[in-house]
Design a protein around this ligand. Structure first.
Ligand SMILES: N[C@@H](CCC[C@H](N)C(=O)O)C(=O)O
Length: 292
């Protein structure tokens, strides 16, 4: 009889950016095994279906509650995922870590999250300041004349932010992969955010954005680090003047706030929904070998 392991998982989403979530404090899967689980179970129609896999791992540092592991649907390791981090924080509270706020380790640094008890209430993630910013990166790809500006910014992972006049009409499926694979951005590549400035409403700036995600290799319904990237670039380029900034994505609204300082932004936060959709089990054939 082939050996199997019954794996308990939780399906979650943050504004439609969806994840398979598991408690790796019990399973102790290696990164290679987690990558394989992501490839197998994130597949739509053949698996559970998700943009990525999140694992709650034991902390390595004494002053943190846990360590987040994030794998894209193609099995690639993601240094950070804004919506995933908010979902995993809610999962951690449900899994019995009762402190609030939570402090956790990621491959992009230490983050903090505030999780209200109300399961419908938004989860707020506090991020460290953004990294590399290039307002005019030299790309090999000739740009669409419709693009108003293209900037690179690191918000825990790589983002290329393209301001466009009408995001609905932008052919994301064509321009996303073209720019994501631009030779100048290799070897890591970049997520590509197409952003339109809508204006101001209810004491906040409003952006509309769509993201093509590396590792998913498709447009997702929302991207947390992408919303932060869009908001920061819009602010730095003087395209918006009111804080916070509401970023409308196809799957929902994410809010980005910060305190502007002369040398950058502090108290950077990302807020939005982080919801459990269902819990389930899958029988995982062991040992877990790459499915190819
Ligand atoms: N959807 C995410 C971003 C996930 C990481 C990305 N695909 C990468 O590998 O850089 C978010 O909410 O931030």
């Amino acid at each position: 009889m082939p050996k199997t392991l019954v794996l308990e998982f939780t399906k979650m989403n943050g504004a439609g950016n969806d994840f398979v979530v598991l408690d790796n404090r019990f399973y102790a899967f290696s990164d290679e095994e987690l990558a394989e689980l992501a490839r197998r179970y994130c597949r739509r129609r053949f698996g559970i279906g998700a943009d990525g896999l999140l694992a709650l791992a034991p902390p390595r540092q004494p002053d943190t509650h846990y360590r987040m592991r994030y794998f894209n649907a193609d099995g690639s390791l993601g240094t950070m995922c804004g919506n995933g981090a908010r979902c995993l924080a809610r999962f951690a509270r449900l899994a019995g870590i009762r402190d609030n706020p939570l402090r956790f380790e990621t491959d992009a640094g230490i983050y903090r999250a505030e999780v209200p008890d109300d399961p419908q209430a938004p989860v707020r993630l506090y991020l460290p300041p953004a990294g590399t910013y290039e307002p005019n990166p030299r790309l090999a790809t000739p740009l669409d004349t419709q693009f108003e500006s293209v900037a690179f910014i690191w918000t825990g992972t790589e983002h290329l932010v393209c301001f466009v006049p009408a995001v609905e009409a932008t052919p994301v499926a064509e321009w996303g992969p073209r720019l994501r694979h631009d030779p100048a951005l290799q070897p890591r590549g970049a997520n590509v955010d197409f952003v339109e400035v809508v204006g101001e409403a209810q004491e906040r700036s409003v952006l509309r954005a769509r993201t093509y995600e590396k590792g998913v290799e498709a447009e997702t319904l929302a991207c947390g680090t992408g919303a932060v990237a869009a908001a920061l670039v819009a602010w730095r380029q003087g395209r918006v003047r009111q804080l916070p900034i509401a970023v409308h994505m196809p799957g929902g609204v994410l809010t980005v706030g910060f305190r502007p300082e002369d040398d950058g932004e502090t108290e950077l936060f990302l807020e939005g929904p982080a919801e459990v959709v269902f819990r389930g089990t899958v029988e995982v054939p062991m040992p877990l070998v790459p499915s190819g």
